[in-house]
Design a protein around this ligand. Structure first.
Ligand SMILES: Cc1cc2nc3c(=O)[nH]c(=O)nc-3n(C[C@H](O)[C@H](O)[C@H](O)COP(=O)(O)OP(=O)(O)OC[C@H]3O[C@@H](n4cnc5c(N)ncnc54)[C@H](O)[C@@H]3O)c2cc1C
Ligand code: SF4
Length: 433
């Protein structure tokens, strides 16, 4: 009896101890998830080559193995859990400031992280030429004031603009006169999606995968193609990215399926492991009529005006979305699915908050050479309040043909270098307008 129990009770931990590797490595080896996802990758790659495109493996900031970065922060091997987009990584395999930088910062005696603090505004001197610190509400709901010689606003694109408007840093944009800079040049990202559903003998296994696990095509992005006959500016990469299909939002069903009830459930059960999604996340231009300002009616829990977004698609965006759809469709057809779902924007398409449209917003406090048309200079320093730097995609004058975070990080390093090497030695405007 005893021997039998020992035989059946071996766990992944036992195997890991025996093999002198981590349980994650055992799990990975047993499940061989990269092999599973490889099938989808190969299918897409083959179809893209067939239609004459130049596919490449998507880059990502996931680690395939244990890694210690130059700051001494450790990362574990990704196990393709399928919960990459929209979730924290329990394997520490996804590069982000909390994994890669905070552990090193915490060693610094002068560093203090105050969690659950909500900054309400940056405080300014009476003449609004310098910041004196910030007012925030702490985790216990107490309003606190933190004095500072230097304030860096790095609260995400929307919140950067909101904090600038609430604090009175820079002139708010007026769409009627075209004057003012804070809230100006708001741009989004122009997304187009095609979903393909295959027969039951073709498995895509969307429950497994990782952030950059897929194939991309960049033949129709930026200057990679001749726009002459296209009738629009911009462009987009497109890809099949098996990052893990989220519950509910990611369940495509065949045309004619009811949107709820037992028939919908049966269709989901039928198609879930046999579908894939192809996305274009493209460039988006900024327009005079798309902007951000303080809402005249609605307030947040602290009694402050909410940030208001005034936005709609324009002719260039619609033409580009249609073009990208036409370029993606041949790949979907070449994979010979049972159904192809999706349609491009049409002339009557309007922005719809209920339809997913990426999380990549840009502009509103853009960098530039002229304080009349930009909120911050090339070092992301406010033109008006020299000891405030504003870091994030708020600095992008237009929406790029690529996702934003690489450029956000590059600009953060660029700005930090200027602060350390120039500003701290001689505080004042780093660029004379
Ligand atoms: C689901 C999802 C998937 C994404 N996938 C991709 C992708 O594949 N590729 C890509 O390039 N980008 C992607 N992005 C976008 C990417 O996350 C952002 O571009 C990036 O995080 C921006 O960095 P940031 O430092 O400007 O802002 P954030 O990373 O948002 O950091 C801002 C911080 O400020 C804090 N904060 C905000 N307001 C206040 C306040 N008033 N007081 C105190 N603290 C405040 C926030 O809590 C947050 O911690 C994705 C975003 C989401 C949501
Ligand atoms: S798929 Fe993403 S979330 Fe899951 S282990 Fe890998 S990096 Fe982490």
């Amino acid at each position: 009896m005893k021997a039998k129990k020992q035989e059946t009770a071996a766990t992944m931990k036992d195997v890991a101890l025996k093999a002198k590797v981590s349980t994650a490595t055992v799990s990975r080896a047993l499940m061989n998830p990269d092999k599973v996802s490889q099938a989808t990758r190969n299918r897409v790659e083959k179809a893209a080559l067939e239609v004459g495109y130049h596919p490449y493996n998507l880059p990502s900031a996931n680690t395939s193995d244990s890694y210690t970065n130059p700051y001494g922060a450790q990362m574990g091997p990704c196990n393709f859990c399928g919960f990459c987009s929209g979730y924290a990584c329990y394997m520490y395999s996804k590069a982000s400031p909390n994994v890669n930088i905070l552990p090193a910062l915490r060693q610094e005696k002068r560093f203090e992280l105050r969690t659950n603090a909500n900054v309400l505004k940056v405080n300014l001197t009476d003449d609004k030429s310098r910041a004196t610190g910030v007012t925030y509400v702490d985790g216990q709901g107490r309003e606190m004031e933190q004095p500072a010689d230097l304030v860096i606003i790095g609260a995400f694109q929307f919140h950067n603009v909101h904090l600038m408007l609430l604090s009175g840093i820079g002139k708010p944009y007026n769409p009627e006169t075209g004057e003012g800079v804070v809230g100006r040049n708001f741009a989004y990202q122009n997304m187009t999606t095609i979903k393909a559903i295959f027969d039951k003998d073709t498995y895509t296994n969307p429950f497994i995968g990782a952030g950059g696990n897929g194939v991309g095509v960049d033949d129709f992005n930026a200057d990679n193609f001749d726009h002459g006959a296209a009738g629009f500016v911009g462009g987009s990469p497109f890809w099949v990215n098996q990052a893990g299909t989220k519950p509910i939002s990611g369940f495509p069903v065949p045309p004619g399926t009811p949107a709820w009830g037992s028939k919908w459930k049966a269709a989901v059960a039928d198609t879930y492991t046999h579908h894939l999604s192809m996305d274009a996340h493209g460039a988006h231009q900024s327009y005079r009529q798309n902007y951000l300002d303080l809402d005249p009616n609605y307030k947040n829990v602290f009694g402050q005006p909410l940030l208001r977004m005034t936005f709609d698609w324009q002719e260039n965006d619609i033409k580009m979305a249609q073009f990208m759809f036409d370029k993606m469709a041949p790949i979907a057809k070449a994979m010979k699915p049972k159904y192809i779902l999706g349609s491009p924007k049409n002339a009557n398409s309007h922005f719809d908050t209920t339809t997913y449209q990426t999380t990549h917003m840009n502009g509103g406090a853009v960098m530039g050479e002229d304080p009349k048309t930009s909120a911050v200079n090339r070092y992301l320093q406010s033109w008006d309040v020299h000891n405030v730097f504003v870091i994030g995609a708020s600095a992008f004058p237009q929406g790029l043909g690529y996702n934003p975070t690489g450029t956000v990080a590059a600009l953060a390093y660029w700005s930090a270098k200027a602060i350390r090497e120039q500003y701290l030695k001689n505080p004042g405007p780093l660029v004379q307008a």
